[in-house]
Design a protein around this ligand. Sequence first.
Ligand SMILES: NC(=O)c1ccc[n+]([C@@H]2O[C@H](COP(=O)([O-])OP(=O)(O)OC[C@H]3O[C@@H](n4cnc5c(N)ncnc54)[C@H](OP(=O)(O)O)[C@@H]3O)[C@@H](O)[C@H]2O)c1
Length: 353
Amino acid sequence: MALDTLPTLRWGIVGTGMISSWFVSDLSLERQGKKAEHIIQAIGSSSTEKGRGFVEKHLKGKAPTVYGSYQDLYEDANVDILYIGTPHAFHKQNCLDAIRAGKHVLCEKAFALNSREAQQIFDEAKRQGVFVMEAMWTRFFPLVQQLRRVIHHDKVIGDIDRVFCDFAMPMNIKSLPPSSRLRNAALGAGSLLDIGIYSVTWAILALEAEPGQETPTILGTQRLHDGVDVATSVILSYPDGKQGLATCSTFTKTPSSFCRIEGSQGTVTVDGFAASAPAFFTVHAKDQEPQRYDFERPGKGFYWEADAVALDIAAGRMENELMPWSETLRIMRLMDDIRRQGGAKFPQDDEYC
Ligand SMILES: NC(=O)c1ccc[n+]([C@@H]2O[C@H](COP(=O)([O-])OP(=O)(O)OC[C@H]3O[C@@H](n4cnc5c(N)ncnc54)[C@H](OP(=O)(O)O)[C@@H]3O)[C@@H](O)[C@H]2O)c1
């Protein structure tokens, strides 16, 4: 597509924490092969001082409008879409407010605290006729698309029957203040929604050729500290016998090789800094030399999901085919089920949904 015909999105950024800084930095990168233009139009923060500091640090040379209130940001007529980068406990209200102001929304994972909240957001989006997507960015990596072609279409390791995926990262949760989103259950704290969601996602992407056509039963266990899960292990069990083991922990660091996919004719290993940001995968097909697939990734890789969103909105779609509403709801329901079995509970839960 010629550069002057690329769709353009004017973004409003809700919250000025770590993820928002990564997102705006990535969208500001010069890069090859982009499919859309992204303008950081405005910033919404708990204070204008904090918002200005964010611009100074992460958007040098740019002059987005800075609001000291999220509502003022939602009402900015020059903003097309809101990127929600607040802790998960606020996603439902932030999304509902943005949608009711007539704005499209890209909301960070975990999309909400539970499936009931996620359903409320999609119901409102349907009423208002706006685009909404969970920002599960990893699904949009070219690596993930290629891996799925290789294992599900080309079947280079035969029939897939087992997958292991781990996302572990030391967080020393006990030492964090109660105001931390990683410590406080009322802010959505817990390893499952923060990092385990990626392990569950990899199990699903590797075991299901068509995500959502079959849904696994769940066997989950959690280690709790003050009611917050600091480690979670889940077995996803499919009617035809396929199994996934998805784990996460806040005590240790997963080695580079974070995922292993086993098939009747070999295995695939996936490597990277973490399950959220894969760097390469290696096919170990029976009786063949290992074949490694590497991928260019300037910055962190948030522009791939942003480009997909821009193309959807330009085409008048309300949801994305790689991360449709039904898939967000399915993953939220699986996580509700895991927490029901493991014991982690948010004060906002209504008996786990
Ligand atoms: N995709 C990924 O790889 C990835 C990585 C990390 C996090 N995330 C997701 O992004 C979301 C935010 O995580 P983060 O690590 O960026 O969090 P963070 O650094 O703590 O930032 C969250 C921001 O939300 C706003 N906020 C509003 N009410 C708040 C409250 N009561 N407590 C704390 N912050 C509040 C604050 O911005 P203002 O003061 O400016 O309003 C704050 O800076 C989470 O849902 C997380 O799961 C995704």
